[in-house]
Design a binder for this molecule. Sequence first.
Ligand SMILES: Nc1nc2c(c(=O)[nH]1)N[C@H]1C(S)=C(S)[C@@H](COP(=O)(O)O)O[C@H]1N2
Ligand SMILES: [Mo]
Length: 397
Amino acid sequence: MLCRGFTRRELLKTAAGAVAAMAALGKNPSTLFADERRLVKFPEKTDLVLLTSRPPQLETPLHYFKDLITANDALFVRWHIANIPTSVDLRDWKLKVGGNTEKELHLSMEDIKKFEKVTYTAVIQCSGNGRSFFEPRVAGGQWKNGAMGNVTWTGVRLKDILNAAGIKTGSVDVSFDGLDEPPLPTVPDFVKSLPIDKAMEDDIIVAYEMNGSYMPLLNGFPARLIVPGWYATYWVKSLTEITVLPQAFEGFWVKSAYRIPDTPCGCIAPGLVPKTTIPINRMTTRSLIIEPAENVQLPKNKTTEIMGIAFSGGYSIREVIISVDGGKTWKEAELGKDMGRYAWIQWKYLWRPYKPQKYTLMAKATNSVGESQPFEGLWNPAGYLWNRVEKTEVVVI
Ligand SMILES: Nc1nc2c(c(=O)[nH]1)N[C@H]1C(S)=C(S)[C@@H](COP(=O)(O)O)O[C@H]1N2
Ligand SMILES: [Mo]
């Protein structure tokens, strides 16, 4: 697959349709709240929940997480700036690697594929996943819990690419830029950075495949950075430039955005402003009930399988406990196939309710280093790190 793309017109058609539909609802698409959303189909994607159309922000409906692996067309989409790549020709595309290096590399996809191939499954999750549940509410994309997915990534080690360029002494950070460009000079280009020691970790890859196939353009074709265990803000899509820096990176998206309070929980009292902040990094531990879905009716005296997922920022899940009585009593769920420490694990719990009434189902995960989930949402001003124990109400009849 040498050249892929959709025309700007096709994208705009979808986007314009979405905007028109929003306008008909009397809504400004960028200020929609979670309960006012609708499904749209963008190029190469299935029907996803629309948050904004320019730039595209599309959320995965929860029922897709019944599958252990999130399909390419179902994975959420998030771009920051409106000028996103709509076609890429691999005959022209090159990954430039330079800065504080011995040589400057201009790697074609063929060149990249000469490095040792690495494959693993890792959860991709937006820092703002779950933001719509924050109390008090915070500004930003009003995601429910669908800004995540469990994907098998294939690519080559960033470390191998950096070593091929030869890192000079005194290197501090490495920055990553993609094909998307700001529409106006006043908008900062989306560029992210990692400290050099982090960038040299074995598991960070430049991926060119998702689930054994090419990436949809909206998810970063032809290659993106994967920083497993860390939030997806670092997973720069449609990568074109890697720059080794002899000083700290000063770009907006690290210096001013995507920062969390510098406290052990990354949280502060609701409504306050943090004294000091640090760049967001590792994901918190989470679990989610996928089935039964919220508010479904279940027959009494019949065994129901409660199933869901659990993951944490690079540590395997040790235990998931389930409550069917709103948190009064807890039982252990059975864990499914282990796909490695960066993947999510599915779990299940068989439940046979006798009494017809409302039930509150809850799941709580703990990882191998003892990190778990709070019962009340922890607060920070940007709406990051959401990992409260969620409640699913069902009715037995
Ligand atoms: N080039 C580029 N890469 C990017 C972004 C972006 O705006 N531009 N957004 C980041 C953020 S914040 C997220 S959550 C993920 C979303 O990845 P997805 O669209 O494949 O789900 O991409 C990351 N990589
Ligand atoms: Mo994000």
